[in-house]
Design a binder for this molecule. Structure first.
Ligand code: ATP
Length: 393
C-alpha cells in the first residue's frame, strides 16, 4: 500500500469558535477502509470536509499523492474528482429532477463528451444496483436508494477515494447492511474508503483501521481490535466497547484465551470457544457442510433458479449489488446478504450447506476466504464453484 493522503498538523475552526479539529496528523494509504469514530461534535465531519478541499485548514497542510492541495478553483475541481464526498443527508447532494441527470451532473461539469457521460452514468448506476432507475425522480426514492444515487454521482467521476459522512444514518438495518456491503465491494474493486460514524458495532467488523476522535483530536489509530481495546480511551471518546470485544474480554477474565487474535466477527468468537473445547463441543454428525459459490452472470435466471430449487441448500447468501439485483429479479429470496462468507462458514461448521450467489471477482474472494479459514484453523470445509458458463450463451 502506498500513501495517498498526508495530513500534517492541521487545525480548523468555524468563525470565532474554539477549534473543531486541532493538530491532526494522519497518513492514509491507498486501498484502506478507514472509519473515523467519535461521539457527536468530536470533529469527524470537519476532518472529512478538509480532505477534499471543502474546508481549508487554518493551519497545517494536506497532500494528495505527494502534491499539497491548493485551493484555487481549477485545483479544487481536480481534487474533488479524485476524492469524492458523499454527504450524510442525500437530499443535500441530490440536485437534479431525475436519477440519470443527477448522476450525470459531475461528469457533465467535468466536460466529459456526451458518449462518455452515458457510459460512466450507466456504469455507476450498475455498480450501486440502480439499473433501470434512470427516469425516476430522486425525491420518490427510499432513503437507501437516495444514498445509492449520491454514491453513484460520486462514482461517475471515478474517484480514487470515497468519503462518506455517516453512510448509514437514517437507514434501517437491512439498508445499512446493503450500503456497507456496497462499500466493501467498491473497496474490493480498488477504491480507498473513509467513513465517519459513531456506531461502534458498524465500524468494528468493517474497517481495516479505526481512528478514534475526541474533542477535535485523534486519540487512537489502529486495527479495530487495538483501537477499541483500551477501555480508558473508549470511555474518553464517550463510546462503547464493541460487544464482540467485550465478550472476548469477559471470556479472557474467565481463563478462555483468544489464541493471540482478538475477535472482530461472530465467527472469530465461535473459533475461540471451539478451540477451548476442542473435541468436546457438539459438531454436526455429518461433518462440515459444503459451501457452493456461483457467478450469476454465467447462466440465465431460469437456470440459476432451477439449480437453487434442485440443490436444496440450507442457506442462500447473496453477495454484491449486481447479484442482489439478479436474485430479486429472479425471485430468489436470500437468507443472508451481509457478512455472507463468515455466516456460511458458521453454517458449514454446523453441518449445513450453503450457496453463495455473487459475481465474477467475488467468486475467487469466497474461495480464498474459506481456504484461508481452513488453513489457519486446521479445518476442511469444502468450497466449490457450481455455476459454469452456459455453452448456449
Ligand atoms: N458550520 C458550523 N459552524 C459552526 N460550528 C460548527 C459547524 N459545523 C460544526 N461545528 C462545530 O465543530 C465541532 C465539530 O463538529 P463536527 O460536525 O465536525 O463533529 P462530528 O464528530 O462530525 O459530530 P456529529 O457526529 O454530531 O456529526 C462541534 O463543536 C460543532 O458544533
Amino acid at each position: 500500500m502506498k500513501s495517498l493522503i498526508e495530513i500534517q498538523n492541521i487545525s480548523y475552526c468555524y468563525s470565532q469558535n474554539s477549534p473543531a479539529i486541532h493538530k491532526i496528523n494522519l497518513s492514509i494509504q491507498s486501498g484502506e477502509k478507514i472509519a473515523l469514530v467519535g461521539s457527536n461534535g468530536a470533529g469527524k465531519s470537519t476532518l472529512l470536509l478538509t480532505l477534499n478541499g471543502m474546508l481549508e485548514p487554518k493551519k497545517g497542510h494536506i497532500s494528495f499523492q505527494g502534491t499539497p492541495i491548493s485551493y484555487d478553483r481549477r485545483a479544487l475541481r481536480i481534487i474533488r474528482q479524485k476524492i469524492g464526498f458523499v454527504f450524510q443527508d442525500p437530499d443535500v447532494q441530490i440536485v437534479a429532477p431525475t436519477v440519470w441527470q443527477d448522476v450525470a451532473f459531475g461528469p457533465t461539469n467535468l466536460d466529459y463528451p456526451e458518449d462518455k457521460i452515458r457510459e460512466v452514468v450507466q456504469e455507476a448506476l450498475r455498480k450501486v444496483g440502480l439499473e433501470g432507475f434512470d427516469k425516476r425522480p430522486p425525491y420518490h426514492l427510499s432513503g437507501g436508494e437516495k444514498k445509492r444515487v449520491a454514491i453513484a454521482g460520486v462514482l461517475a467521476m471515478d474517484p480514487e477515494v470515497l468519503i462518506l459522512d455517516e453512510p448509514t444514518s437514517m437507514l434501517d438495518p437491512a439498508g445499512s447492511e446493503d450500503i456497507m456491503d456496497l462499500l466493501d465491494e467498491l473497496n474490493h474493486q480498488g477504491k480507498t474508503i473513509i467513513i465517519s460514524t459513531h456506531d461502534v458495532e458498524l465500524a468494528y467488523p468493517w474497517a481495516d483501521r479505526i481512528i478514534l476522535m475526541e474533542n477535535g483530536g485523534i486519540i487512537a489509530s489502529g486495527t479495530p481490535e487495538n483501537a477499541f481495546s483500551d477501555k480508558e480511551l473508549v470511555k474518553r471518546a464517550r463510546l462503547k466497547t464493541p460487544i464482540l470485544l467485550e465478550l472476548c474480554q469477559e471470556l479472557a477474565a474467565r481463563g478462555i484465551k483468544n489464541g493471540g487474535r482478538l475477535p472482530t466477527t461472530v465467527l472469530d468468537i465461535i473459533r475461540i470457544i471451539e478451540n477451548e473445547h476442542h473435541g468436546t463441543i457438539r459438531l454436526s454428525e455429518n461433518g462440515y457442510g459444503i459451501i457452493h459459490v456461483g457467478d450469476v452472470d454465467l447462466q440465465s435466471g431460469e437456470k440459476v433458479n432451477a439449480l437453487v430449487k434442485k440443490m436444496h441448500h440450507d442457506t442462500i447468501g447473496v453477495m454484491g449489488s449486481r447479484a442482489k439485483i439478479c436474485a430479486r429479479q429472479w425471485g430468489i429470496n436470500p437468507d443472508i446478504s451481509y457478512a455472507v462468507i463468515d455466516k456460511c462458514i458458521l453454517q458449514a461448521m454446523n453441518g449445513k450447506s450453503s450457496l453463495i450467489l455473487t459475481t465474477a471477482g467475488m467468486v475467487s474472494r469466497v474461495i480464498e476466504r474459506v481456504t484461508h479459514f481452513n488453513q489457519t484453523n486446521n479445518r476442511s470445509i469444502p468450497v466449490q464453484k457450481i455455476i459454469s458458463e452456459d455453452p448456449t450463451g
